[in-house]
Write a protein that binds this ligand. Structure first.
Ligand code: CP
Length: 318
């Protein structure tokens, strides 16, 4: 951290990017630099959050987010428990509120919440005293994903302002797209959303995005190409005729990627449907920064836990 820069982070919870000031986003990104340094040490642990307890409360599957929050907490010496939905009393009918209240009775400090319902972390934050971190709620937001994406873009491009970022795929169901749109617009990037008209509501233009249904046109001059997973589990209708046709029109192929800038980078939040959203070879190519995104997820989540639980007095507004 630069000692000259005052850290500003006034929120008690991290529920979304939409509510954050630009200065708060910059604080998280800057704090992540110090946290990344800890992960490069032989002994990847500091005592900063010793005595704090974090609960990973995931009602949906996760590989990257859950593991990286666990590693982040452990590297800061916090205790963390992973709530297992299938082994919990939720299967016996316990409500979300009762589940949270009972976990809180065990003197926890933070809840990292993933839920299929948009707004579930906000609901939890409305009655609990622990810090709540949104790890993905329905089709609404996935704030730490957008933060780690911005951190990764900055590593490769040294800036965000003025970059052309093209986000491609199932925009309608993507909390990653929404959080990225909020964050990248706050930091001054041009954001182009691209996908089939059925999966790309025009309302997104009101949030500052440019809309383009033709992938070849969208890719011209792109600095960053972010491919999204088809969220089949959230699709309640047939949004496109077949996977084959989706692939034909919206899969990032080697040929298509040549339309972007020569030094463009390829991103994907994961998990990838290889050969549907992106050609497998391209996902593993030198232009792909997908695994760097995963690596940076630990630093960003350490930064978020540190800023929320670090013990500093702060004026909380939510
Ligand atoms: N990007 C992301 O949220 O991945 P997981 O679902 O594996 O956490």
């Amino acid at each position: 951290m630069n000692p000259e820069t005052p850290l500003t982070f006034r929120h008690y919870h991290l529920l979304g990017i939409e509510d954050l000031e630009t200065s708060e986003i910059l604080t998280i990104l800057e704090t992540a630099d110090s946290m990344a340094e800890i992960s490069r040490r032989d002994i990847k642990k500091v005592p900063t959050l010793r005595g704090k307890t974090v609960v990973n409360l995931f009602f949906e599957p996760s590989t990257r987010t859950r593991s990286s929050f666990e590693l982040a907490a452990k590297r800061l010496s916090a205790d963390i428990i992973n709530f297992s939905l299938s082994a919990s009393s939720v299967v016996k009918g316990e409500t979300l509120k009762d589940t949270v209240r009972n976990l809180e009775a065990m003197a926890i400090d933070a809840l990292v919440v993933r839920h299929s319902s948009s707004g579930a972390p906000h609901y939890i934050a409305s009655f609990c005293r622990s810090h709540v971190i949104n790890a993905g709620d329905g089709t609404h937001e996935h704030p730490t994903q957008a933060l780690l994406d911005a951190y990764t873009i900055k590593q490769y491009k040294k800036r965000i302002k003025g970059l052309k970022v093209v986000i491609v795929g199932d925009i309608l169901h993507s909390r990653v797209a929404r959080s990225n749109l909020f964050l990248l617009r706050k930091l001054g990037a041009e954001v182009v959303l691209c996908g089939p008209p059925t999966l790309l509501p025009l309302e997104f233009s009101k949030l500052g995005a440019k809309i383009e249904f033709n992938l070849d046109k969208a890719l011209v001059g792109a600095d960053v190409v972010m491919m999204l997973r088809l969220q089949r589990e959230r699709q309640k209708a047939n949004y496109f005729p077949s996977i084959r046709e989706y692939r034909q029109l919206y899969c990032l192929t080697q040929e298509r990627f040549k339309l972007a800038k020569k030094d463009a980078i390829i991103m994907h939040p994961g998990p990838i449907n290889r050969g549907i959203e992106i050609d497998s070879a391209l996902a593993d190519s030198v232009q792909s920064v997908i695994l760097r995104q995963v690596e940076n997820g630990v630093a960003i989540r350490m930064a978020v836990l540190y800023l929320l639980l670090g013990g500093k007095e702060r004026e909380s507004s939510d």
